[in-house]
Design a protein around this ligand. Structure first.
Ligand code: 7MF
Ligand code: ZN
Length: 867
């Protein structure tokens, strides 16, 4: 079947024809939108005589070259696309197609979201709007004329500047938009609807005035203030840190309710999932405030890293995504707490990316083989991609890295380029050799670095030997050594870092680890030291190091580097949980409890960091440490340790809780950190299940003046399964049943209840008026939260969790394949569990494989899982 053919990176060929100008005329109608596309086509390859255009779900009305309609034998419709006789060097191509936006439940191309028309074209959605060269290395200047009913769709938007608008007969109107920058089709956007408009402006560094417009559902203006303020911070930060200024006179952001992802960076007209824009203290948590700032930043930063310089082909996706995630991480870090940002990113890598590397979808950050491109918007391409950029930043330093960025834009502004072009710019601008480093782009898998240490007291020398080994992955058997930057500190008995000296010279604290095995010798070491390796997670690797729990506890409580303290704590907690799993320990050690007590009592430490230090490694992260781990035993052991911490340290936790329980709600860094610590304490106390906690949770739930505190109390009751949770859930539902975004939190609470009959509650929740399987936010909040956030129940030994997820996937497969493919991930991870569960999981994957209408999205994942 042609549609199921994978594409190879090595098969890239420059396009035989290109299109440098496109005029689109879109007459909007629910079921019969008519699109007239007039392209200026140029032949690049003199030998070519046939033009193949991509197309998908289109009804062709007519096709003409230079104004002459083509006869039936001058074109062919094949595999959704269009093949034309085109033995001309240059011509005008006019194609009229008809589409059905109201029945487009896949939410790709042009579709209806609530009452509005909107588009999503990345990666290959433009071909659902018209026949086109729908590939990122074809850059055209767009002019778009939009026409619709005026009363229902007062705003008609597209990329660039509005150059004309007016009224038409029969209550219709039109607007014409012109985008001066050539762009690939995936950056095209069109929106038509009735909105409230929040307006502001930004004066660029060079003094230009940029109009900022945020379009939201009517009645939600005040919920857009935070996104608007975030946008202005992002614009300023990009000028200051990256020397990059916005390039159009208008920047529009539209919030829509039906959206497959978080947001999209369309030139001058970002489209956002409403949950990534709307926030007020009553409905959004601190995490959501933070996430909105970071997504607004991410999409804005794409204007240079993605739009001005784009990808040559989709295998190069990390060129724009890894780099833009790195930039949004730096933005959050510069405006907030660097260590908190780093911990968030590392948690993401360890719990999701390492798991992806270990599973059937393993791929390098620049994949070699792709069946459905939508399946490669992954934590590997995004987050590991950002880690790879970060390693270059570590190796070059900020100054040379910025020289590299400058050279990258000098060379490639207005072009569609490759990851290799980016590395070459970094290399040429800095003089740092990145030849070996490039392997990070082609090799998948998580390297395991093993450290062995020796202290030579008589010579005052410390010897460090590192070996690296990357285990085979599903996609690649053979692995080679990588260029790994190892940030190191040597800590003395007091936990203080000593100066690094080698051969009598002070040396930098980043080691270049490039071979399978390497040894470093440090001089002037007066006594035994503990090596703190991969500080700030200087490389995305797993570390194996013999280090005693006593040393970990010492670093956790007294280390001078915040990240190292957190990391030591995570390692210590992991050791203790696994010791309980293995039956080597029946409870957490005094050493651990003392270290946590010290952290809890530390008045100088940032409360936000303490909150993170009190969070145990997730079951997903722990499961990777053991093969065939017993799901239930792991869950119970982790929970038991948490409950013990709550019981043994109840006074300290309660004191911290009270201390951080502020009066009036404020939305700024310090207040957010204090709420995080307060709620971390409450959570642990709730797991310990003391009667007094019940009251504490109940009071916080009832009296909270903000969603962070209210939801934290509800979540604590729910995870602790305190009796009051039933009433609290009912009262939450009664209060918020008309607000779908808030109801998503309720759906997730229902889905994540740690109890045996959770599926019955989920089935009831699916009947709720706000539940809609066609809305990806609802699906993720309920079904996704169950499969990925309630590991123990998803893996129930009767197979009910697997069956339930599969039932939903079968339905979603026909509605929205992309959404289905996003939530199948937990079902693919059968390697992590015991044989009986493996059998049950594979049986459900077989059920999916047997579907006659299995989508390409699911086919790729299911077939890889069963291979
Ligand atoms: C922050 O990358 C980090 C990642 C594609 C859609 C947004 O700008 C994007 C789009 C997916 C997955 C994650 C993100 C995005 C998409 C995203 C958003 C904010 N180009 Br799919
Ligand atoms: Zn992005």
């Amino acid at each position: 079947m042609e549609a199921m053919q994978a594409k190879l990176r090595s098969d890239y060929r420059a396009p035989q024809y290109t299109i440098d100008q496109l005029h689109l005329d879109v007459k909007l109608d629910d079921h019969a939108t008519v699109v007239t596309a007039t392209s200026q086509v140029i032949r690049n390859d003199a030998d070519a005589s046939q033009l193949h255009l991509d197309g998908d779900h289109l009804t062709l009305r007519s096709v003409a070259i230079n104004g002459n309609a083509l006869a039936d034998d001058q074109y062919q419709q094949i595999g959704g696309g269009l093949l034309l006789e085109a033995d001309l060097d240059q011509f005008e191509l006019t194609i009229v197609t008809e589409i059905d936006p109201a029945n487009n439940t896949a939410l790709e191309g042009l579709y209806k979201s609530g009452g509005a028309f909107c588009t999503q074209c990345e990666a290959e959605g433009f071909r659902r709007i018209t026949y086109f060269l729908d590939r990122p290395d074809v850059l055209a200047k767009y002019t778009t004329r939009v026409e619709a009913d005026k009363a229902a769709y007062p705003y008609l938007l597209s990329n660039g500047n509005k150059i004309d608008s007016g009224d038409l007969a029969e209550g219709r109107h039109f607007a014409i938009w012109q985008d001066p920058f050539p762009k690939p089709s995936y950056l095209f956007a069109l929106v038509a609807g009735d909105f409230d408009l929040l307006e502001d402006n930004f004066i660029t560094r060079s003094g230009r005035n940029v109009a900022l417009q945020l379009f939201v559902d009517r009645g939600n203006l005040y919920r857009g203030e935070h996104a608007m303020a975030s946008l202005k911070r992002a614009m300023k930060w990009d000028e200051q840190r990256f020397n990059l200024e916005y390039d159009l006179d208008i920047y529009m952001v539209v919030a829509v309710d039906f959206f497959n992802m978080g947001a999209m960076e369309n030139k001058g007209l970002n489209v956002f999932n409403s949950k990534a824009v709307l926030a007020d203290p009553q409905t959004a948590t601190d995490d959501e405030y933070h996430r909105i700032e970071s997504i607004i930043g991410h999409e804005y930063f794409h204007n240079w890293t993605g739009n001005r310089v784009t990808c040559r082909d989709w295998f190069q996706l990390s060129l724009k995504e890894g780099l833009t995630v790195f930039r949004d991480q730096e933005f959050s870090s510069d405006l907030g707490s660097p260590v908190v940002e780093r911990i968030d990113a590392v948690n993401m890598m360890r719990s999701h990316q390492f798991a992806e590397d270990a599973g059937p979808m393993a791929h390098p950050i620049r994949p070699d083989k792709v069946l459905e491109m939508n399946n490669f918007y992954t934590v590997t391409v995004y987050d590991k991609g950002a880690e790879v950029i970060r390693m270059m930043h570590t190796l070059l330093g900020e100054q040379k890295f910025q020289l590299g960025m400058q050279l990258y834009f000098e060379r490639h502004d207005g072009q569609a380029v490759t990851c290799d072009d980016f590395v070459a710019a970094m290399e040429d601008a800095s003089g740092v050799d990145l030849k070996l480093f490039r392997r990070w782009y082609s090799q998948s898998g998580t390297p395991v670095v093993t450290a062995s240490e020796r202290y030579d007291a008589s010579a005052g020398q410390y010897h460090l030997t590192l070996t690296q080994h990357t285990p085979a992955t599903a996609d690649q058997a053979d692995k080679q050594p990588l260029h790994i930057p190892v940030a190191i500190e040597l800590l003395n008995a007091n936990g203080q870092a000593i100066t690094l000296v080698s051969d009598g010279q002070p040396v930098a604290n980043v080691l270049n680890f490039t071979e399978a095995e390497q040894t470093w010798v440090f001089d002037n070491v007066a006594g035994p030291v503990v090596a703190s390796l991969f500080e700030n997670f200087s490389a995305p690797v797993k570390l194996q190091q013999q280090i005693s729990n006593a040393d970990l506890a010492l670093i956790m409580a007294n280390g001078s580097n915040d990240f190292a303290c957190w990391d030591a704590g995570q390692r210590l907690l992991t050791n203790e949980i696994l010791a309980i799993v293995d039956g080597a320990q029946s409870r957490g050690s005094d050493l651990l409890l003392d270290a946590i007590r010290q952290v809890l009592l530390d008045e100088r430490r940032d409360p936000a960091l303490i909150a993170l230090m009190l969070a145990l490694p997730t079951e997903a992260t722990l499961a990777q440490q053991r093969s065939d781990v017993d799901v239930e035993l792991l869950h119970q052991s982790r929970r038991q340790l948490l409950a013990q911490i709550g019981q043994d340290l109840d006074d300290e936790l309660l004191a911290r809780y009270r201390d951080c329980h502020d009066g009036e709600y404020q939305q700024h860094g310090q207040a957010v950190g204090r709420r995080a610590l307060k709620n971390a304490c409450l959570f642990i106390l709730a797991i310990a299940g003391k009667a007094t906690t019940q009251e504490l949770c109940g009071r916080q739930f009832a009296e909270a003046d903000n969603m962070t505190d209210r939801l934290a109390a509800l979540n604590a009751m729910n995870q602790g399964q305190l009796p009051a949770v039933t009433d609290a859930l009912a009262s939450f539902e009664a209060q918020w049943r008309d607000n779908p975004l808030v109801m998503d939190k309720w759906f997730s609470q229902v889905a994540m209840a740690p109890k045996g009959d959770v599926l019955a509650d989920i089935q009831v929740a699916m009947q709720h008026l706000q539940f809609d399987i066609a809305n990806p936010n609802r699906v993720r909040a309920l079904i996704g939260a169950f499969a990925s956030g309630n590991r123990n129940q998803f893996h129930a030994i009767d197979g009910s969790g697997y069956r339930f997820l599969t039932d939903q996937l079968i339905e979603l497969n026909a509605i929205n394949p992309q959404c289905a493919a996003r939530i199948i991930t937990p079902l693919m991870a059968w390697k992590e569990v015991d044989e009986e569960r493996q059998r049950l999981m594979k049986a459900q994957l077989q059920r999916l494989a047997a579907l006659p209408n299995l989508s390409r999205d699911l086919y790729e994942k299911v077939s890889k899982s069963l291979a």
